[in-house]
Design a protein around this ligand. Sequence first.
Ligand code: ACM
Length: 559
Amino acid sequence: MDDFDLDHDLGLDLIPAPLSVRAVPPSGRYVLDEETRIEARPGTEGVARWLRATVGAATGLPLDPGDDDDNRIVLAVDPALGRRLGPEGYRLVVDGHAVRVDGGGSVGVFWGAQTLRQLLGPAAFRRAPIGSGTAWELPMVAIEDAPRFVWRGVLLDVARHFLPKDGVLRYLDLLAAHKLNVLHLHLTDDQGWRMEVHRYPELTRTGAWRARTKLGHRASPLWDERPHGGYYTQDDLREIVAYAAERHITVVPEIDLPGHSQAAIAAYPELGNTDVVDTAALTVWDTWGISPNVLAPTDHTLAFYENVLTEVLDVFPSPFVHIGGDECPKDQWKASPAARARMAAEGLADEDELQSWFIRHFDRWLADRGRRMAGWDEILEGGLAGLAGLSEGATVSSWRGCAGGIAAARAGHDVVMCPEQQVYLDHRQAPGADEPVPIGYVRTLEDVYRFDPVPAELTETEAARILGAQANLWTEVMEDQRRLDYQAFPRLAAFAETVWSPLPAPAARDHPAFERRMAAHYARLDALGVDYRPPGGPHPWQRRPGVLGRPIEGAPPIV
Ligand code: ACM
């Protein structure tokens, strides 16, 4: 029997599935009660705090500090375990005397604590006890566990639709519950700028809201005539970063350039191609697609974004800073005498090289400050000036399939796999008109479960460049938290398993076994208040009848 079945047969139903599980004799249950103490050894104080704040709140148990009795949860860092399983690895043992969570590093102890919460049952995911009848029991088990990948990410697009700060903090909790450890925050786009920048207040005064919003795909005739907007102050973002750090999650900020920049240009018209369009007349974009209004390749633009990024570095300690680089239409540069003069002065052969000139500038600028640039796979464009011109640490988010990631890995760059064909969770999760504003590929829970971040054609050395993968939640048709939840779940649970667990090759994956464990996981999501898509299809209130998606109704879905 493999460990995944054993996990189910013991009633654990852990998601993501752990590396190994064994029953510990004598069989029985360990009961947490008023007397249970937490003994937090050095380096695990944050985990103890988290356990009290979550499991303590759900159970109503004090879980006071203590080390002197037989009824305790011991949290400890074990360097020997770390040498074997890495810092994120952990061992969780429940026997007749104690619960012990050892981690390779404090991060491993934290993931072990997440497993402990799952073992306590769905009520452990609530914020307060629901009655005195719940027995807080743990099965007698020994679990060893460690992740397959170091980058287990989720992108939240807070630019297209703003997610208020509390919603971001809630998503950090949802990520942590699934042992996901990177939140990529897409902070800027044509439709909104969401980060306060002290030096440039118009970025949020003008750039953080739009007068109205296209409802549905851009071909839809419908509009939501309510103004939409919002932004995070730098203190909000520091709070988000600190909340994430307590959960061992890194927040990677994205400031998208030189395309996807209309909100910035609406705020500061001189950033745009003023010799081609009247940028002073531009507003924050109210519809979807790719705006033709891109940054002008001027010294002023470079200095402006250096100043923006200086504030970004101050707020976000992440080793990686994402500068976008995707979907930059070149028409305005082609038509702009100023852009053509810049190309001539820099010896750039075409507009692709001009784009790569932008990217290389900020790649070097970040590297000089000890950070690593991340960008979408378009950063590989621009001929030799593209790939060969990037610093060693430059990392590629491969979204237009895996080809960009494969090329980058072969050239010795690190890669995060997030192919739109597989892990863009804004795409519909079933065929049919019941899916709300259905867009893109049909990607079911099973499809996501069969995603593998490492393309088969890579050698072992090349494959080592795949840091992991990321599920992307673009929000053009996801206007609020409930729509976000619907698109994210349950598929994010399957995604979590593909980046954490030692799954076999995609075709050999036991999807029915995963679905058996999901039955228990839905109860956890219910307790967490997640508006997931039920396995049988959307609730009536989750549908959006009459709002156009893509491809339009009646056309065959993209498969
Ligand atoms: C992207 O989806 N434009 C990265």
